[in-house]
Write a protein that binds this ligand. Structure first.
Ligand SMILES: [Zn+2]
Length: 376
């Protein structure tokens, strides 16, 4: 039976999400989850402000002997750049900025990172992935026909942040993840990036080279770093009023930050992933989820969101250019790539994974999050 097309009356999520549900009030299961659950993760009130200030004081007290107070990830994007500003200028912490070079950054993203760290006068550590290995993992994910081909990058970023923090004996990682601009992401669209078993399974089946230097975190590593070494992550943007448009304007004015149009378009591969791969092969448009989060947090009107969705995610010549570039850079032939694009989509269930364990881990994560907010 072919399901009839339906779109939520509050946000812009629609039946392109396989397991979406709609309720009598016109809302969908995703924005209902935002209203009922995710909104509780936002602490942009006086209580949240005090909690964050008290955490910052605690960090300053405990890390005064070291060179750095915390680690921050910098991608050149709005969220992470704004976190760098907050941490350094507003809270007076001494961060070590960490950047992952996976071989796909645009010149604009690199320029944004360089100008930011220079103006903030903070140290930058760049982890450069070994291209022969990373290319092999990325190509494996595309061959595997799974939707989230950004897992190899996202996992490496997170692993690099955690490993760098541990190496430098830093206990806190300030992250740019936030509820108000990115929380409505259907799990049926994108499998999470924490599961190294899933990465290994896909690479084992489709990869050709041995992995020697790819930064990863196994389940044992998680236990080691988060429970024994007690590294904590702080989703700082959830503790203040984070208005994306204003943050962007501010960064442009104060740091010479430049826009590259489109969320996460700081990397050519990411733009290919959002604007070509997902819409073409899976009929997923991630702008739906980002815009829905902005609608729920009151930063975007539903009309403007729909208007944006009417336009293609990127101009057709950019899509074509990115497609050719990715095919060439990952070493596919045109024929091979077309065959993959036409192959049936797969999910995480088609490969070995630790999904079930991660479901239990999420309760540990929420415990850890609560723990962060309860710092005296
Ligand atoms: Zn909705």
């Amino acid at each position: 039976m072919i399901e009839q097309y339906k779109i939520c009356e509050r946000c812009v999520m629609d039946t392109s999400v396989p397991d979406i549900e709609f309720y009598e009030d016109g809302r969908c299961s995703l924005c209902k989850h935002y209203d009922d659950v995710l909104v509780n993760e936002i602490h942009d009130d006086e209580v949240g402000k005090r909690q964050l200030e008290s955490l910052v004081s605690q960090i300053k007290r405990t890390s005064s002997a070291g060179k750095y107070d915390c680690v921050i990830g910098v991608s050149g994007g709005v969220d992470s750049s704004y976190v760098a500003h907050l941490v350094t200028k507003v809270y007076g912490l001494r961060p070590l900025a960490v950047h992952l070079d996976n071989g796909w950054n645009t010149e604009l993203a690199t320029a944004n990172v360089e100008s930011l760290v220079k103006k903030l006068n903070i140290d930058l550590y760049t982890e450069v992935l070994r291209w022969s290995e990373f290319r092999d993992i990325q190509a494996s994910f595309i061959k595997a026909s799974v939707s989230n081909i950004e897992i190899p990058t996202d996992h490496a970023i997170w692993a690099t942040l955690v490993r760098t923090a541990s190496r430098e004996n830093i206990k806190f990682i300030f992250a740019g993840n936030n509820v108000v601009t990115e929380s409505i992401m259907p799990s049926s669209w994108l499998y999470g990036s924490k599961d190294f078993r899933f990465i290994k399974a896909i690479h084992k089946q489709f990869g050709r080279v041995t992995l020697k230097s790819y930064p990863y975190l196994s389940l044992i590593d998680y236990v080691w770093y988060f429970l024994l070494k007690k590294i904590r992550w702080v989703p700082v943007l959830n503790y203040l009023t984070f208005v994306k448009v204003e943050a962007k304007q501010f960064l442009m004015k104060e740091y010479g930050w430049r826009d590259y149009g489109g969320k996460h378009y700081e990397s050519i591969f990411t733009r290919f992933f959002h604007a070509y791969y997902l819409p073409e092969k899976f009929n997923y448009d991630l702008r739906r989820s980002y815009n829905s989060a902005l609608i729920c947090s009151g930063q975007l009107s539903r009309e403007d969101a729909l208007l944006e969705l009417d336009a293609p995610p990127a101009p057709s010549e950019v899509l074509e250019q990115d497609r050719s570039y990715v095919i060439k850079k990952l070493g596919f032939s045109e024929e091979e790539f077309s065959k993959i694009m036409n192959a049936s989509p797969k999910t995480e269930a088609d490969y070995a994974n630790n999904h079930r364990i991660w479901e239990h881990f999420s309760s540990i994560v929420s415990w850890a999050r609560n723990h962060i907010t309860r710092v005296e």
